[in-house]
Design a protein around this ligand. Structure first.
Ligand code: AMP
Length: 255
């Protein structure tokens, strides 16, 4: 049996009372890891570069083994760029070649650039029209209940690739769960941490790291999931939020 551990932290009160999102985290853990990891989550909420949380919600629930599905870790490509403009150009090209329309691509960038405050979840956007498909406003859809199946090998592998940071670790797990949804064609992300400017696109079952998608010091970040036009949105949200998923790396990839 595993435990779903979810943390969300805000400053200025709870998210639902207008507090500013500081940090969130989601894991699927064995019982013996609970104390150590939840302690780290609380420390993270209290010492984050976005501020010091005065609201922390920590939820721990059991997850039955038979409910868990496995999805593959995505292979990584890094696209080094030296400016936000060139990073965004690369991102847009990747999205267009994945079949997202120009209109939907421009709309997604516009939405992320014009957020009043950082979201704590993702926007679901129609890959053809660019219309927002979820009705969750600034909350967005929070992908939860996922983790890496073999953390030790994963960390060794990340280190060997020079990618041993928390952003990459968490994003790879989230991106793998998202990319496994048959309704989703691509993802666009950049962090809301003011000191982390690398973002990514997932498309064609590959994770494309782009080393600059926003300016240093920028507090706004977010995620867009590009969705097929005929998708069952309720079913998709159910999968993203509630389906427990372990991400597995194939031997060759992380050897
Ligand atoms: P991060 O990469 O953690 O800095 O998050 C960047 C942005 O992605 C956040 O501002 C949220 O909008 C979104 N985000 C973070 N975590 C999740 C999640 N678990 N599910 C969906 N969206 C998320």
């Amino acid at each position: 049996m595993l435990y779903s551990v979810r943390m969300r932290a805000a400053e200025g009160g709870a998210h639902e009372c207008g507090g500013q999102h500081i940090s969130g985290a989601e894991r699927l853990l064995r019982e013996e890891c609970l104390e150590d990891i939840t302690k780290k989550m609380i420390q993270r909420a209290l010492t984050h570069s976005r501020g010091k949380a005065d609201f922390i919600n920590l939820t721990i629930e059991t997850v039955k083994d038979e409910a868990i599905t496995e999805v593959p870790l995505l292979p990584i490509t890094t696209c080094p760029v030296d400016s936000v403009d060139s990073g965004r150009e690369v991102a847009k090209k990747l999205l267009l070649s994945a079949g997202i329309t120009q209109k939907a691509v421009e709309q997604a960038f516009y939405e992320l650039d014009h957020l009043q405050t950082s979201m704590r979840g993702a926007m679901l956007v129609d890959m053809i029209t660019g219309n927002r498909l979820d009705a969750l406003a600034e909350r967005g859809v929070r992908v939860s209940r996922m983790d890496i199946a073999d953390e030790k090998s994963f960390c060794v592998w990340l280190t060997s690739q020079g990618l041993e940071n928390m952003h990459v670790r968490e994003a790879l797990v989230l991106a793998a769960k998202v990319a496994a949804a048959p309704q989703i064609v691509a993802e666009l992300c950049w962090s809301d941490d003011p000191d982390y400017v690398t973002g990514y696109i997932t498309a064609d079952q590959r994770y494309h790291r782009i080393t600059k998608l926003k300016e240093m010091g920028d507090w706004q970040g977010g995620r867009v999931f590009f969705v097929k036009p005929d998708a069952d949105i309720a079913k998709l949200i159910q999968y993203l939020q509630y389906q427990p998923v372990l991400v597995t790396a194939n031997e060759e990839m992380i050897r």
